[in-house]
Ligand binder design. Sequence first.
Ligand code: APR
Ligand code: ZN
Length: 352
Amino acid sequence: MKAAVLRAPGASVEITAVPLHEPRAGEVEVTIAAAGVCHSDLHVVRGEWDVPTPVVLGHEGSGVVSKLGEDVTDLEIGDHVILSWVPQCEHCRYCVSGRPWQCEVVANVVAPNGVLLDGTSRWGDGFHHYLGVSSFAERVVVPRSGAIKIRRDVPLDVVAIVGCAVATGLGAVRNTAGVPPEATVGVIGCGGVGLSVIQGARLAGASRIVACDINPAKLEVATKVGATETVSDAAELSDLDFVFDAIGRIETTEAAIAALALGGAAVIVGLPPAGKTARFDPLALAEANQRILGSNYGSIDPQQDIPWIIDLYKAEMLDLDTLISGRRPLEEAADALEDLAAGRTLRTLLTM
Ligand code: APR
Ligand code: ZN
C-alpha cells in the first residue's frame, strides 16, 4: 500500500509502503481516485501544527468504496464518495444537536491523536491518520460517516477538492456567515479556499466581491470565478459587510477586522500556525456592532452539504476545473507541496 508519509515535523515527505488493516465495524475502505493538496498539509509538514507522526498525509480526496466493515448499511461497494475530515461520531452533544462540524470526538480524539473514531489506527507500523482521512494513499480506511456518497455523473477526480477547499469556502459564506444578497464582501487570499469563498459570495448574490492576494496570477483567477474588484494589499480593504481571511496569517486576520463596515463580520477561515494571537480593538468592535466569527470546515453538515455542492457543479453554477492547476502522480506529493508553498499552483490533484 503506497502512501505519502511524514515521519517527523519538518522532515521531507516520502513515498512508503504502509500496511493497511481491514475496516472495523462502522468503517469502510476507499480506493482513492484523487487527492487535493491543501495548505493545511503544508502546515503539518512544516511542524506548525502538532500532529502525531509518522502520519499518512492528505485530508481532501475522492474515491470508490472497496470494502465494508460490519454494520455499514448506507454505503455499498462501488459507491463514489468524497472524504470528509469531520467524520462525525453521531453521539456527542454537537452531533445530536445538528452541528456535526464540531463533533467532540473528532476535536478531542481523531484530530489530535491521529486515529479513527474508536481511538485506534487502521495503519500498521505505528502510522497515524491525518484528520481521519489520509488521502495521500492508494487506499484508506475511514469511518462510514467520513465517506460521503455522491452522484456518479461527475468526474470523480475533479470533485476531490470539494472535500476540503470548496466545502470550507462555500460553507463559510452560507453557513458560518449567512451572507445575504447585496452584501459587500472582501476575501483575503485566493488559494483553493479563498476562490471557493469568492464563488460562495457570488452564489449568495453579493453586490461587491473584493479579492485580495499578493500574487497577481491568483487575482486573475479570482476575477474569472466571480470577484468584482481586486487589491494586492489587505490594508486597501475597507467598509465591507463581510471580510473572509482565507489565509490565516495574523496580519491578514487583523486586516479583515479592520476592513469591516458598521455591523460587519470578519470570518476566520484560513488557519494560522498553532499558538499565535491576533489583536483587535474591543471598544471599536462593540461600538460598530461588529463580529469576529471562526469557521471550522465551513460549518458544514457533510452529508447534506457535499451533495449540494456537487449538484451546483453539475448545474454549472460552480467552477471547480479552474481551481485545479494540474495533476501529478502520488509519487510527486513532495513536489506538489513545494509548488503550493512557492505559490506556483492552486489545487494540484494527486492521482493514484
Ligand atoms: N496578503 C494577501 N495574500 C496573501 C498573503 C498576504 N499577506 N500571503 C499569502 N497570500 C496568498 C497566497 O498568494 C495564496 O494565493 O494566500 C493564498 C493562500 O493560498 P493557498 O496556499 O493555496 O492556501 P489554501 O489551500 O487555499 O488554504 C488557505 O486555509 O485551510 C486553511 O490551512 C489552510 O491556512 C490555510 C488556508
Ligand atoms: Zn484543507
